[in-house]
Design a protein around this ligand. Structure first.
Ligand SMILES: CC(=O)N[C@@H]([C@@H](O)[C@H](O)[C@H](O)CO)[C@@H](O)CC(=O)C(=O)O
Length: 312
């Protein structure tokens, strides 16, 4: 099936769901948030109802707000995985109704599929509920507990799911990822990597884009890494990735931490997560703030020379 939309590539921010202090969705800052992503971080695609955005806790109607005209987003992909097939299908239909550019689905994670064929049959039924939308499989075995290799799943997938357009691969198994790319080159799928700390390695393996939490506040820097990679300046690209590894992985990447970091960096109040997740502690926020200041966060000076000692 041919879709009119251009291929999803480059960076895709897994959306954070802004909330008020009492746990309601804070619709009033969504416009500001989108503006920040596009203008300050150079990130024009979003992945809604993401893991980071507390997918199962948040209604899909929230994403209507991201699809308003004038927001300058290229693509809004909505994750429609749920606890039952019927619910996933309803979410898929809803995504189509509100004008999403694509849907993504994780493997069912409570009563789990145990073979490739069972998983494919499930995904096929969800995809069929939104036949005009590109479909992406969201592979995140550490959270779903479904360990079927992505490479196995992709074998012959277009015969079953004609709307299949790509893979969001949130796993550290680069061999599996590389095989997915290698064995499907002719298909022009989007191979979107989802472990931000390893993006450079995934680019080497053929990633065509990335979906992740850190692109909310590190989008600009990661775009510079993509550019360095494109220019074959691998040493500079490695400096960006190392800077990320050395400094940011120490801060922590959970939902609460990401909300706290994003609030500090963007100035947009992201609020607390919903239970059972806990708000980042005061200690975390204070130390993150000090760390970001000491890093001269917005400039990351001296990267070009490989000097990673920025304010450490
Ligand atoms: C488990 C998890 O949340 N992984 C993140 C990564 O972006 C992750 O936060 C990052 O690599 C830092 O560890 C994404 O793959 C998840 C994501 O895109 C989503 O929220 O749907």
């Amino acid at each position: 099936m041919a879709f009119p939309k251009k291929k999803l590539q480059g960076l895709v921010a897994a959306t954070i769901t802004p909330m008020t202090e009492n746990g309601e969705i804070n619709f009033s800052v969504i416009g500001q948030y989108v503006d920040y992503l596009v203008k300050e971080q150079g990130v024009k695609n979003i992945f809604g109802k993401s893991t980071l955005g507390m997918s199962l806790h948040v209604s899909s109607s929230v994403f209507r707000r991201y699809i308003l005209p004038g927001y300058q987003l290229d693509q809004v992909i909505i994750h429609v995985g749920a606890l039952s097939l019927k619910e996933s299908q309803e979410l898929a239909q809803h995504a189509a109704e509100i004008g999403a550019d694509g849907i993504a689905v994780i493997a069912p994670f409570f009563l789990k599929p145990w073979t490739k064929d069972i998983l494919i049959n499930f995904l096929k039924e969800v995809a069929a509920a939104a036949p005009a939308l590109p479909f992406y499989y969201y592979h995140i075995p550490a959270l779903t507990g479904v360990k079927i290799r992505a490479e196995e799943l992709l074998d012959g997938i277009l015969d079953k799911i004609p709307t299949f357009q790509g893979l969001k691969f949130s796993d550290t198994d680069l061999l599996d990822f590389g095989q997915c790319v290698d064995q499907n080159r002719q298909q022009q799928f989007a191979f979107l990597f989802g472990v931000d700390e390893q993006l450079l390695s995934a680019l080497v393996m053929g990633a065509t884009g990335a979906v992740g939490s850190t692109y909310n506040y590190l989008g600009k820097k990661t775009n510079q890494m993509l550019e360095a990679f494109e220019q074959k300046d691998f040493s500079l690209a490695l400096n960006y990735q190392s800077c990320f590894l050395i400094y940011f992985s120490r801060l922590g990447f959970g939902v609460s931490q990401t909300k706290a970091i994003m609030t500090l960096v963007s100035g947009i109040p992201m609020g607390p997560p919903r239970l059972p997740l806990q708000k980042a502690s005061r200690e975390f926020t204070d130390s993150a703030e000090a760390k970001l200041k000491s890093l001269d966060f917005l400039s990351f000076t001296d990267l070009k020379d490989g000097n990673l000692e920025v304010g450490s």
